[in-house]
Design a binder for this molecule. Structure first.
Ligand code: ATR
Length: 280
C-alpha cells in the first residue's frame, strides 16, 4: 500500500520547516504518511483543494498566501478558523474538508511549555497581521489584565481591537514597552528572510530594567535583535520555535487523532535550523 499523504499548500513553500517537522512526527509515530510541500499559485488553489478529497490524503497545512482564500473552499470551519479569519490546517473527514486554525492554541501551548505566567499581566503586542490576531485571541482567552496592540499601519491595529471586542484590549500609540510585563513581537521585523533588516527591532526606545518576558514569533534567527535587547535588560527571552512547534503539533493531532511526538518534532526543527546555520 502506498503511503498516505498530507500536503502543504503555499506559494512559495521552499523555505518552510513544516515538512522536516511533520515527516519526523509521522516517522516517530510509526505512521506511513508523507508530508509533501506543494507550490500552488493562487489561481490553482481550487484545483489543489479538490485534489485533497482524493483517497489517501489526510489533509493539509495552508500557508501564505492561501490562508484567507481557504475559508471559502472548505465545507466547514472550526471555531478558531472562523474567529481568526484564516485556515492553516485542513482535515479530511470522509468526503468533507474541515478548515481549522492551530495558531492560537499553538501560541498558548508554547507559553505553557515555557512556563510563562500571563495571569494579571499587562501585555504589549507588536503586529496585527495573521500571527498577531492569533496571539491576541490566545492571550485574551487567558486572564491577562490588559492587551495593547501596536501596528505600523494603525488602521490594522484598530480593526483587530474592534474585532476582539474586549474591554481589556486597546490600541497602543507607540511601540514602547511602557508598563507591560509581557511583550510579544509578531511583526516580521528582525527576520533573516523576508525581513528588510535582520538586525532591527520593532521596538522604539529602550527596554526598562524589569523581570518581564519577551516573546518573538520570529525564529530565523532564533536570537533576534528584539530578544537580545530584552535579555540584556533582564527580560526572559522566548524564541519563535515553540509557536511553530505547537501549531504543528496541534495540526498533527487533528489529522491523526493521536498525541503528537513533540520531542521528535522539536529535534527535527532544531536540526533543520542548525543546518541552515541558525542554531539556538
Ligand atoms: P503574519 O501573518 O506573519 O502576521 P502579515 O499579515 O504580513 O504576516 O503581517 C506582518 C506584520 O509585520 C504586520 O504587522 C506588518 O505591519 P503592517 O500591517 O503595517 O504592514 C509588520 N511589519 C512588516 N514590516 C514592518 C516594518 N518594517 N516595521 C514595522 N512593522 C512591519
Amino acid at each position: 500500500m502506498s503511503a498516505a499523504r498530507v500536503r502543504l499548500l503555499g506559494h512559495p513553500v521552499g523555505h518552510s520547516l513544516s515538512p522536516v517537522m511533520q515527516n519526523a512526527a509521522f516517522e516517530a509515530a510509526g505512521l506511513a504518511v508523507r508530508y509533501e510541500p506543494c507550490d500552488v499559485a493562487p489561481q490553482d488553489l481550487p484545483a489543489a483543494v479538490a485534489a485533497l478529497r482524493a483517497e489517501g490524503v489526510w489533509g493539509a497545512n495552508v500557508t501564505v498566501p492561501h490562508k484567507e482564500a481557504m475559508l471559502g473552499l472548505v465545507d466547514d470551519l472550526e471555531p478558531d478558523a472562523r474567529t481568526l479569519g484564516a485556515v492553516n490546517t485542513v482535515v479530511r473527514a470522509g468526503a468533507e474538508l474541515r478548515g481549522a486554525n492551530t495558531d492560537a492554541v499553538g501560541f498558548a501551548a508554547s507559553l505553557r511549555e515555557a512556563g510563562v505566567q500571563v495571569t494579571g499581566r499587562r501585555v504589549l503586542l507588536l503586529g496585527a497581521g495573521g500571527a498577531g490576531r492569533a496571539v491576541a485571541w490566545a492571550l485574551l482567552r487567558q486572564d491577562v489584565r490588559e492587551l495593547r496592540v501596536w501596528n505600523r499601519t494603525r488602521a490594522r491595529a484598530e480593526a483587530l481591537v474592534a474585532a476582539l471586542d474586549d474591554p481589556r484590549a486597546g490600541v497602543a500609540e507607540a511601540a514602547r514597552v511602557g508598563d507591560a510585563a509581557l511583550v510579544v513581537n509578531t511583526t516580521s521585523v528582525g527576520m533573516a528572510r523576508g525581513g528588510r533588516d535582520p538586525d532591527a527591532s520593532p521596538l522604539e526606545g529602550a527596554w526598562p530594567a524589569r523581570a518581564g518576558v519577551a516573546v518573538d514569533a520570529v525564529y530565523r534567527p532564533r536570537a533576534t535583535r528584539f530578544l537580545r535587547d530584552a535579555a540584556a535588560a533582564g527580560w526572559r527571552p522566548v524564541d519563535g520555535l515553540g509557536m511553530l512547534l505547537h501549531q504543528g503539533a496541534a495540526s498533527f493531532e487533528a489529522w491523526t487523532g493521536r498525541g503528537a511526538p513533540r520531542a521528535a518534532m522539536r529535534a527535527a526543527l532544531e536540526a533543520g535550523l542548525a543546518a541552515e546555520g541558525n542554531p539556538a
